[in-house]
Design a protein around this ligand. Structure first.
Ligand code: C5P
Length: 220
């Protein structure tokens, strides 16, 4: 059995950062599942296919994607990491992510990331749908304001432009769609440890996660 750790939560909750830190610390593989939804949306746009077209599922299925050792994403062998992380791409990803055919098309690709010695997977439905028998599941949350602030800093840090007021609205709209969709909505798995990171540092959240990971016997 390959040990799997899942981290779900809304955007800006810190799940991407923590998934990365835990994967490095434990020497596990990393799955940034949101990147696959973002890449699918970008591939559809590149082929001038409407996001509501049934063809989007076929695009998800055939996606020619590769991540390098630093996690940078390549679509058809072209590095598209900067456009991948914009809030506009996030909004497009969230539209196609509400569709059952697209989610089904990405399922096997996500599960294929589970390889020895282990996997840390972050997203919206890692613990509830994709890796239901994961050994340690987390759900990270934080207030909408702090999440928008974190996303703002992240976008600026990546050299992208951002407007905090607009970002708060965009993030809220995306999260509402992710939480209220019929298929694989953003909710904590019943066996997930829920952590509200609003008032916590990354280090404090990581410490809580490591305690839970040890308690669940993922590592000794
Ligand atoms: O995590 P990230 O912000 O990159 O995800 C972009 C969008 O992809 C999310 O807003 C969500 O709609 C979708 N997503 C999803 N399920 C996942 C990961 C991401 O529906 N496991």
């Amino acid at each position: 059995m390959i040990p799997i750790i899942t981290i779900d939560g809304p955007s800006g909750s810190g799940k991407g950062t923590l998934a990365c830190r835990l994967a490095q610390r434990l020497g596990f593989h990393l799955l940034d599942s949101g990147a696959l939804y973002r890449l699918t949306a970008l591939a559809a746009k590149k082929q001038q296919i409407d996001l509501v077209s049934p063809q989007v599922a076929a695009i998800a299925e055939a996606l020619n994607v590769r991540f390098d050792a630093d996690g940078a994403a390549f679509l058809d062998e072209v590095c598209i990491d900067s456009v991948l992380r914009t809030e506009q791409t996030g909004a497009m990803a969230s539209q196609i992510a509400a569709r059952a055919d697209v989610r089904a098309a990405l399922l096997a690709r996500q599960r294929a990331f589970a390889k020895a010695p282990g996997l840390v997977a972050d997203g919206r439905d890692m613990g509830t749908v994709v890796f239901t028998d994961a050994k340690a599941k987390f759900f990270l949350d934080a207030s909408a304001e702090i999440r928008a602030e974190r996303r703002y800093k992240q976008l600026i840090g990546n050299g992208l432009s951002a407007n905090l007021a607009a970002l708060i609205e965009e993030i809220q709209a995306r999260d509402d769609r992710d939480r209220n969709r019929a298929i694989a909505p953003l909710i904590p798995a019943p066996d997930a440890l829920v952590i509200d990171s609003t008032l916590l540092t990354i280090e404090a959240v990581e410490a809580q996660m490591m305690d839970f990971i040890r308690a669940k016997g993922v590592i000794t």
